[in-house]
Design a protein around this ligand. Structure first.
Ligand code: NAP
Length: 327
């Protein structure tokens, strides 16, 4: 057992419910490793756990899904990693907002030398999400045009970079001129400022009225209708998040009327089902990082004790690219 600093949610609610305090962290059991964090990733998912949109198993509870650091100890029988290894993880259960955590090795990957800890913490969860969305959920390919909602966000920017590398034309929605410039610099061919422009009309205009083979939407409640209207006949709408609210119950018959559309609501856990799958996806992501295709701009940095401000900034759309938290 060791006492470490962490941020826990005691009561579901606003950023003010995030409490910086000392907690006990135990020894790793079979299939686990204890990791000392050097950098922690900030994700919109963390907001969902804080507010209760995603359930926490009990309260108080540490939140956070993504971090990098080094292995301090491994549980009985663990051979995949050893003390001293530099590692990163995209977790299945929240526990990253802490100096130290115990993590199942199914979610741990060793870091190659060319990826520093801050970059790893900013990239591993968002990068694996982008990887499965554009390589597995739907395999994007040139010369397709696709739509990415919140193109200047953490996951959005990586998808733009990767799509550019594959020769895919990206239309991306953003809220401001600054975010449009950032998205464009990262591979979004046509940023559309949704606060000023009609996204559906623009997509129809750019595709001779046809629509797109695939639309990626991590915003949800405020955008799902627009996303569906941008999909072409027999195309796919991929929903994967609810930064803009929950998607209400939906009459499936409408998919028929809109052109026999396909719809999925994808989740990382189903695409990192085994350690082998995690390693395979991480290897592809790391190769893209080595080639300079994926490089995540860390545009915001916070101390762990100031994480409430990080949540305020993320929820009020003041962030772009990735944010990291230093323990
Ligand atoms: N299913 C999965 O496997 C998976 C994995 C990782 C993340 N996610 C989800 O993917 C989404 C993106 O995650 P992220 O961490 O990369 O976040 P992010 O995109 O960096 O931040 C969310 C962005 O959504 C846009 N947005 C639109 N309406 C919003 C609203 N009402 N409130 C706040 N933001 C709004 C904002 O961009 P603009 O200012 O341009 O509108 C904002 O910057 C989240 O919903 C997250 O939960 C899902």
């Amino acid at each position: 057992m060791s006492r470490v600093h962490a941020v826990r949610v005691h009561k579901l609610g606003g950023p003010e419910e995030l409490r910086y305090e000392e907690i006990e962290v135990g020894e790793p059991g079979p299939g686990e490793a204890r990791v000392r964090h050097t950098a922690i990733g900030l994700n919109f998912t963390d907001v969902h756990f804080r507010t209760g949109r995603y359930p926490l198993p009990r309260l108080p509870h540490v939140i956070g899904m993504e971090a990098a650091g080094s292995v301090e100890a491994v549980g009985p029988g663990v051979t995949e990693v050893k003390a001293g290894d530099r590692v990163a993880y995209a977790s299945d259960a929240p526990s990253a907002y802490a100096e130290v955590t115990v993590m199942p090795i199914t979610r741990l990957v060793k870091l190659p030398d060319f990826i520093d800890d801050e970059t790893a913490a900013a990239t591993i969860l968002k990068g694996l999400t982008a990887q499965y969305l554009i390589r597995s959920t739907y395999r994007i390919k040139a010369p397709e045009t696709i739509l990415i909602q919140a193109a200047a966000g953490g996951v959005g920017l990586i998808m733009c970079q990767w799509a550019r590398h594959l020769g895919v034309r990206v239309i991306g929605t953003v809220s401001t001129e600054e975010k449009a410039a950032l998205a464009k610099a990262n591979g979004c061919d046509i940023p559309v400022i949704y606060t000023k422009e009609d996204v559906v009309a623009r997509v129809k205009d750019l595709t001779r009225g046809e629509g797109l083979p695939v639309v990626y939407d991590g915003v949800g409640g405020s955008t799902y209708e627009m996303s569906l209207q941008c999909v072409k006949r027999r195309g796919l709408a991929v929903f994967y998040g609810s930064a803009g609210g929950v998607i209400p119950p939906f009459d499936l018959w409408r998919l028929n009327r809109m052109g026999s559309l396909y719809v999925t609501y994808a989740g990382l856990a189903d695409y990192l089902h085994t350690r082998d799958e995690m390693i395979e996806r991480a290897d592809e992501l790391f190769a893209m990082m080595k080639d300079g295709v994926v490089h995540v701009p860390i545009n915001q940095r916070y101390r762990l004790k100031d994480v409430a401000q990080a949540h305020r900034d993320l929820e009020s759309r003041r962030t772009s690219g990735a944010s990291i938290i230093i323990p």
